[in-house]
Design a protein around this ligand. Structure first.
Ligand SMILES: [Ca+2]
Ligand SMILES: [Ca+2]
Length: 212
């Protein structure tokens, strides 16, 4: 009987996982601070202070990315050290993909320089394996410091995020980010619902065969 209960529980969990995979964007919650992300014990952080980038996350853009000096991009103000990440051209968003899907991410952004525009909004587009599920945004405070935070927590597994400036990416400034925090998620829960169902069905068949 115990094994029946376990299999039933696993089946319900899997159905739940299938529901979440197809759930709406309401399962994404924007947060406004590092504290809003939750317990930092399970987070990894990339601060761009050296060229040894975190193994769990990949940063890319159409023109390439590089560790850029804060003196040039944010008047020397960052949440950490003397460097952040930027792109070789603008408007060019930064794409972040994860070795294992994540359920929370936050970052600081800057280079909100009045040299080139009076105002803009920063956007973070959020994707699952099925495509884009949500876009969150923060209006830049235009002080040329990397002092503003944008982030979210999610009840569904996130595989990619894209950070960009401007409504349509036309703000004439290089994107500049620092201190990217993301939640390290157990690989085992990244199994798609259908694959989990297949495995559980196999377990059920095995059990019948063993006990018949
Ligand atoms: Ca830094
Ligand atoms: Ca700023």
């Amino acid at each position: 009987m115990k094994k029946n209960y376990i299999l039933s529980a696993l089946f319900c969990l899997t159905i739940g996982g299938g529901y979440f995979n197809s759930a709406s964007a309401s399962l994404i919650t924007q947060v406004n601070s590092v504290d809003g992300l939750g317990d930092q014990a399970n987070f990894k952080i990339e601060n761009f202070e050296d060229n040894q980038l975190s193994a769990g996350i990949n940063f890319s853009s159409s023109t390439g990315v590089y560790n850029a000096p804060a003196d040039d991009f944010s008047s020397g103000h960052t949440p950490s050290g003397k460097y952040g990440l930027t792109t070789n051209s603008y408007p060019d968003p930064i794409t972040m993909t994860f070795k294992n899907p994540t359920t929370a991410l936050g970052l600081f952004f800057g280079n909100d320089d009045t040299c080139c525009t009076d105002n803009f909004t920063a956007y973070l587009d959020i994707f699952t394996n099925s495509g884009e599920v949500e876009t969150i945004s923060v209006i830049a405070n235009m002080n040329n410091w990397a002092d503003q935070f944008i982030g979210f927590v999610s009840e569904i597994l996130i595989t990619k995020v894209v950070f960009r400036y401007g409504f349509d990416g036309t703000a004439p400034l290089h994107v500049f980010i620092d201190d990217v925090r993301y939640k390290a998620t157990a690989e085992s829960i990244s199994l798609p619902g259908t694959l989990s169902l297949t495995l559980l069905a196999g377990l059920g068949l095995l059990r019948r065969k063993t006990f018949s």
